[in-house]
Design a protein around this ligand. Structure first.
Ligand SMILES: NC(=O)c1ccc[n+]([C@@H]2O[C@H](COP(=O)([O-])OP(=O)(O)OC[C@H]3O[C@@H](n4cnc5c(N)ncnc54)[C@H](O)[C@@H]3O)[C@@H](O)[C@H]2O)c1
Ligand SMILES: O=C(O)[C@H]1O[C@H](OP(=O)(O)OP(=O)(O)OC[C@H]2O[C@@H](n3ccc(=O)[nH]c3=O)[C@H](O)[C@@H]2O)[C@H](O)[C@@H](O)[C@@H]1O
Length: 373
């Protein structure tokens, strides 16, 4: 029987019937494993999601990624595993594959990277999402889109709940990402209403943790790398010139890296640790709600507060420098997570002060800088 959808195309009830799952699922000899596609699975959040989903022996995980901002390194522990496959694939091209669930993450997330080739970013969000919805429709898979708090733009409502429609510049340098994700959300709901596709939309707020690209450009990864690199210079100089400490310190101040706070520094963000995020995404995929649902940590910090916290926890010697900002930078951002709480039973567990040191360990390892004894 045709399923009823509140905003569906009333002229075509047949079009609203969800597509049947692949007949393979009912085959006598077919394994009952859940086949899960993660687009963008070689990236920061995607690779943590892979780790979590691979813990369940009933899951087969397939990653499709073009490695623009992701890396095989993030998945090296799974390469060769019988329940894991890695495909070099650009989502702007169609993908023929048989799966039960699709976590659609593919899209550069750091402003530096999504602004690098804005036309490609829009294509990834629009054509890429269209292709993944086409795949979901063909095989009857459930699809989750990782949308973003950037759909709220420079919000005039604070904090932001899901009913807020946002304040987005449609022609600015960030629009390829913000408007791209907004169209991606539109496509998700139109496929849901028109074709009965099972959809889930997560609006992710700034997420941080191990495996972020060191030169990613996002604020937490920048500050941690800058704090550690500041130390390298200080400690190596200190080691060579230990008898003239003052001279060494002066060189450090002149040449070491500073924490680059983009002006005015009073803009706020809310930072969610990656394990909390992954848990939220899985809860959303497994639950009954389409969303959109905010997933983020409501703890709100100015960028100056974040810099002070990184300085205190990682390198009390590092300087904080005020630098020029980029256009259209949102001035405030904090999620209302009542929906996630009530509908998914989800809330974040890791506080910023606990998450930053976990990330520091990973950055030290990759930068080759041990903590000073
Ligand atoms: N990290 C955050 O704070 C945050 C916040 C809001 C939304 N999100 C969303 O979550 C998702 C993952 O973000 P992330 O922080 O892990 O970013 P990331 O850049 O580390 O990962 C994105 C992945 O997508 C891949 N990719 C990019 N374009 C592609 C294409 N055309 N075809 C195939 N693969 C492609 C990249 O190579 C990379 O592996 C993105 O959709 C992003 O918009 C992230
Ligand atoms: O959570 C989200 O929805 C979005 O958040 C981020 O976008 P943004 O908040 O601009 O992230 P950052 O580049 O980390 O910037 C955060 C703030 O830090 C500031 N910043 C950034 C870098 C830096 O070195 N110093 C600094 O002060 C920026 O001006 C900005 O105000 C992500 O990069 C997007 O992918 C994501 O969709």
């Amino acid at each position: 029987m045709a399923k009823e959808y509140s905003n569906g195309n009333q002229n075509s009830p047949a079009a609203r019937t969800p597509p049947p799952p692949s007949p393979l699922r009912f085959s006598k000899f077919f394994q009952s494993n859940m086949r899960i596609l993660i687009t963008g699975g070689a990236g920061f959040i995607g690779s943590h999601l892979v780790d979590k989903l691979m813990e369940n022996e009933k899951n087969e995980v397939i990653v499709a990624d073009n490695y623009f901002t992701g890396s095989k390194d993030n998945l090296k522990k799974w390469i060769g595993h019988p329940r894991f496959e890695l495909v070099r694939h650009d989502v702007t091209e169609p993908l023929l594959i048989e799966v039960d669930q699709i976590y659609h993450l593919a899209c550069p997330a750091s402003p530096i990277f999504y602004k690098y080739n804005p036309v490609k970013t829009t294509k990834t969000n629009v054509i890429g999402t269209l292709n993944m919805l086409g795949l979901a429709k063909r095989v009857g898979a459930r699809i989750l889109l990782t949308s973003t708090s950037e759909v709220y733009g420079d919000p005039l409502v604070h904090p932001q709940d899901e009913s807020y429609w946002g304040n987005v510049n449609p022609i600015g340098v960030r629009s390829c990402y913000d408007e791209g994700k907004r169209v991606a959300e539109t496509l998700m709901f139109d496929y849901h209403r028109q074709h009965g596709i099972e959809i889930r939309i997560a609006r992710i707020f700034n997420t941080y943790g191990p495996r972020m690209n060191i030169d990613d450009g996002r604020v937490v990864s920048n500050f941690i790398a800058q704090a550690i690199r500041g130390l390298v210079y200080f400690y190596s100089t200190y080691a060579i010139l230990s008898s003239i400490e003052l001279f060494s310190y002066a060189i450090h101040l002149c040449s070491g890296e500073s924490l680059t706070v983009q002006a005015p520094g009073t803009q706020t963000r809310s930072f969610c640790y990656v394990s909390d995020m992954v848990y939220g995404l899985i809860r959303l995929m497994e639950g009954d709600n389409t969303g959109p649902i905010n997933i983020g940590n409501p703890g709100e910090f100015t960028m100056l507060e974040l810099a002070e916290t990184v300085k205190e926890l990682i390198n009390p010697e590092v300087e904080i420098a005020m630098v020029e900002n980029t256009p259209d930078d949102p001035r405030q951002r904090k999620p209302v997570i009542t929906k996630a709480n009530e509908l998914l039973g989800w809330e974040p567990k890791v506080k910023l002060r606990d998450g930053l040191p976990l990330m520091e360990e990973d950055f030290r390892l990759r930068l080759g800088v041990a903590r000073k004894k």
